[in-house]
Write a protein that binds this ligand. Structure first.
Ligand code: PLP
Length: 496
């Protein structure tokens, strides 16, 4: 299967090469036609998570071959998630919650970032790459930790993570600042997530056009969802949820199922759309946003306008105004119209906004619904779900739960699955406050109070953070990110 840049059909790569590069040389994102890639999807429903992952990833990333894929899937997930079926589905009222946060860092990003290092290592072998792979990552909080954990001490790789200094939760910051490993760098940016993400994209462009890394024995790649190796593993749990619904006799094979997805960079929900195009009977995909409602506006009007106030919310991993993966949606929905995608992305970067045609908007709206919740509504959802269902959810999941309530009348599926993207303990102060409990200054005291109040267990990885030393204190202005990377690339060893 051949991948190509969303911005040019000439810019092609095989699946392994696309993963190694992270982003296409022309600034576009790698994509391929997913239609009917899984004609025998019914067979998947009898498999466990591992079997599904091997089959689906084998289709999406054929370069690796079945033997290597089997090894990589098991190495990535076995014993790493504290749920036997990796991504458990729970019934909740007349909907279902898909828990994606049982991995090593308690965020859904673990599902993809546990296996991405395997892909990169294998792709390096296939391509005979002898340089070190330097993974550059911008994070709104969760990607950073999950990527650091995934890549720490992986031979042949180094990873540098940039996070917005004041834009992540205290626990997220502690998770990253305490990261051990001889190949990791963590740096705060004086700016918001969009500044960090734009900064990383600019570093890629500068290194590509000016050959800045020549002589350093390093090549760049990315662990953000611009990397197709991040998106592909996220298709698996849509199939897994569907299979569970069939097994539990909630639906019959072929019935459409709706998914509500708390959305930031549009990666998670795009994976759901890929699953649909591959053959899974997905009904509606509901894009749930917080007060940063740029996607809600786009999906209602066809106008994408990033020139707006940036809100810091209780769901920081969704505080994003430029959603990278929308570029892939435009490509998929326009039947691979690279010229259109290039034009819109140019408008977005030069003018700050673009508008799609009514025809394209109608195609998008036939699949995607959308809505948003502000912080007050988010807290209301956390409280409601706790009081009615005795289920403790994190603020991102609460946004999705709230939006589900708003769009209920327009859902068409036989069942509805809400994706739960983080452990509530990552955002303990906000969750405590929503429940009307006293909030202490110290986030670990908050975890304890929340545990006492609800009886829900605290994940061991978060509990253990309190005692860890701070190892990373770097901080740069947003226009110094390139210089930081070049300096780090010149150091023969990190953290020694
Ligand atoms: C990253 C993240 C999201 C948003 O996912 P995207 O793929 O960026 O849309 C939602 N919730 C949590 C907890 C996250 O970490």
């Amino acid at each position: 299967m051949q991948y190509q840049s969303t911005r040019s059909p000439q810019e092609t790569a095989g699946s392994a090469e696309a993963i190694l590069r992270g982003i296409a040389p022309d600034g576009g994102l790698y994509i391929a036609h997913p239609d009917g890639l899984c004609p025998n999807w019914q067979d998947l429903l009898r498999m466990d998570f591992y079997g599904m992952a091997e089959t689906l990833l084998g289709r999406l990333l054929p370069d690796f071959g079945p033997v290597a894929m089997h090894k990589m899937v098991h190495a990535a997930y076995e014993g790493k998630f504290n749920a036997a079926d990796v991504v458990p589905l729970r019934e909740m009222g007349n909907a279902h919650i898909l828990e994606l946060f049982h991995g090593p860092t308690s965020a859904f990003k673990d599902v993809a970032l546990s296996i991405l290092p395997q892909f990169i290592t294998e792709a390096r072998k296939l391509s005979g790459q002898s340089e070190e792979t330097l993974i550059l990552t911008a994070t709104s909080g969760d990607t950073g930790k999950a990527a650091l954990e995934g890549f720490r001490d992986v031979p042949g790789t180094r990873i540098a993570v940039f996070y917005p200094r004041d834009g992540v939760s205290a626990i997220q910051k502690k998770q990253m600042a305490t990261q051990a490993g001889n190949n990791v760098a963590v740096c705060a940016v004086e700016g918001n997530f969009d500044d960090a993400q734009t900064g990383v994209k600019k570093i890629f462009a500068a290194c590509e056009s000016d050959s800045l890394l020549d002589g350093t024995n390093m090549v760049l790649s990315s662990a953000n969802s611009i990397n197709i190796g991040r998106l592909a593993p996220q298709t698996v749990y849509y199939f897994k949820a569907y299979a569970d619904l069939v097994k539990d006799k909630k639906i019959r094979i072929g019935d459409p199922v709706d998914f509500v997805v708390p959305t930031g960079n549009f990666g998670n929900i795009l994976a759901g759309y890929l699953a649909k195009r591959m053959g899974l009977p997905v009904g509606r995909l509901v894009c749930a946003s917080n007060a940063n409602d740029v996607l809600t506006e786009f999906l209602h009007t066809g106008r994408y306008d990033r020139r707006r106030h940036f809100y810091k919310t209780l769901s920081p991993s969704m505080d994003i105004l430029v959603s990278s993966n929308l570029e892939r949606l435009l490509w998929l929905m326009s039947d691979g119209d690279s010229e259109l995608v290039s034009e819109k992305m140019r408008e977005l970067s030069e003018k700050g906004w673009y508008q799609v045609s009514p025809e394209l908007l109608a195609e998008i709206q036939a699949v995607f619904l959308s809505g948003c919740c502000d912080d007050a509504e988010t807290k209301g959802s956390i409280r409601n779900v706790w009081e009615k269902e005795r289920y403790l959810c994190d603020p991102h999941t609460a946004v999705a739960w709230g939006v589900r309530g708003k769009v209920k009348a327009d859902l068409t599926g036989k069942a509805c699955v809400v994706l739960s993207t983080a452990s509530p303990y990552k955002f303990a102060p906000a969750v405590l406050e929503a429940l009307g409990e006293n909030v202490s200054e110290d986030e670990f005291d908050c975890m304890e109070s929340l545990n006492k109040f609800t009886g829900v267990a605290v994940p061991a990885n978060l509990l253990g953070l309190r005692a860890l030393p701070i190892l990373h204190k770097d901080c740069v202005p947003k226009d110094e990110m390139l210089r930081y990377v070049l300096r780090k690339a010149g150091e023969s060893q990190w953290n020694k």
